[in-house]
Design a binder for this molecule. Structure first.
Ligand SMILES: *Cc1c(COP(=O)(O)O)cnc(C)c1O
Length: 326
């Protein structure tokens, strides 16, 4: 694991790779009480020649800085972020898997490590990176996931922390996630907290809607939607494949009625962990629609292939998205 520490006096210091193991925390460590914590998620991919590559790690570095700003944590310089990833991958070289859809999942995170119960930004901060070999995210494979529409809970509010990748957002999504399981769904769709009308995203993935005319729509960034790097990459790849792509508000009625009328032909979710996953059923209290009928749609499949082919070095990296790590 990678570790580094920050204090206002020293700035970032003490960068080191040490054996993976427990952190010893004083019970009054600030993060345990006030949740001043942020994280990132990215993968390292082995190419056919044995080299190991990261996908847009600078974008993760940027986002970690934006998350840090929102949570009043110190920003980690981009070269420190990239150095932390490269040094851990070098140390864990033998753990980077090869083969179809396999990768080394990297989890950078930063938290308030000051021993202090007063409410103010922590004056001691710890940054760490851990890693784990990973296979496909959903055990079921590319079967469409069923989505529960949460009409009781929201994930993030206007002016809140929705655009920051912080643990607190996930804590708030766990109860609605349980509600989804109880209704036979794997994931939750959240609406905006003001009008309870506009589709935001899932608990950890952004959403796309494919229209019958071939154009593709994704909810515009509202300040409470997490700016996914996969979401951003799909914007570019879909245009490369000749689709018109529009970022705009999408209402829950447009989703429900669009699937029912055939105006929406495919829905998919995207994020680093699950890449691109077809969405099947949308269920809510009193009804459901299903646009996938158990299968992955053609546009979804093509976009997924375009993305993973770049990540695994099987297609030309036309946008300069890959960084060699080892
Ligand atoms: C991380 C995350 C995503 C996906 O972001 P990627 O950069 O594509 O992995 C989407 N929504 C939420 C809430 C997230 O935390």
């Amino acid at each position: 694991m990678f570790l580094a520490e920050w204090t206002p006096e020293t700035g970032w210091q003490d960068a080191r790779v040490v054996p993976y193991g427990p952190l010893l925390l004083d019970p009054a460590t600030a993060v345990l009480h006030y949740a001043q914590e942020i994280f990132e998620g990215l993968k390292a991919y082995t190419h056919a020649d044995g080299s190991v590559w990261g996908f847009r790690p600078e974008a993760n570095a940027d986002r970690l800085q934006r998350s840090a700003h929102r949570l009043a944590l110190p920003e980690l310089p981009t070269d420190w972020f990239l150095g932390s990833i490269a040094s851990l991958v070098a140390a864990d070289r033998a753990w980077v898997p090869t083969g179809e859809e396999r990768s080394l999942y990297l989890r950078p995170f930063m938290f308030a490590s000051e021993v202090f119960l007063g409410v103010r930004p922590s004056q001691h901060v710890t940054y760490s990176v851990i890693a784990s070999p990973a296979g496909a995210y959903f055990k079921a494979g590319l079967k469409p996931v069923d989505i529960w529409l949460s009409e009781t809970f929201t994930r993030a509010g206007a002016g809140g922390t929705g655009a920051a990748k912080c643990g607190g957002n996930y804590a708030a999504s766990l109860l609605p996630q349980q509600e989804a399981f109880q209704h036979g769904c794997e994931q939750v769709a959240f609406l905006d907290s003001v009008e309870n009308r506009w589709v935001e995203e899932l608990g950890g993935m952004n959403l796309y809607f494919v229209q019958s005319d071939g154009s593709i729509v994704t909810p515009e960034l509202s300040g409470s939607i997490l700016e996914g790097i996969t979401r951003d990459s799909i914007l570019t790849l879909a245009r490369d494949l000749g689709h018109e792509v529009v970022e705009r508000k999408v209402s829950i009625d447009e989703w429900r009625d669009g699937v029912a009328s055939g105006q929406i032909t495919e829905v998919f979710a995207c994020g680093t962990a699950a890449v691109v996953t077809p969405v099947g059923r949308l269920a809510w209290n009193g009804g459901e629609v299903d646009c996938a009928k158990g299968e992955i749609g053609k546009v979804t499949a093509d976009l997924r292939a375009a993305l993973v082919d770049i990540q695994y070095g099987r297609a030309e990296d036309r946008h300069g998205w890959l960084t060699r790590l080892a």
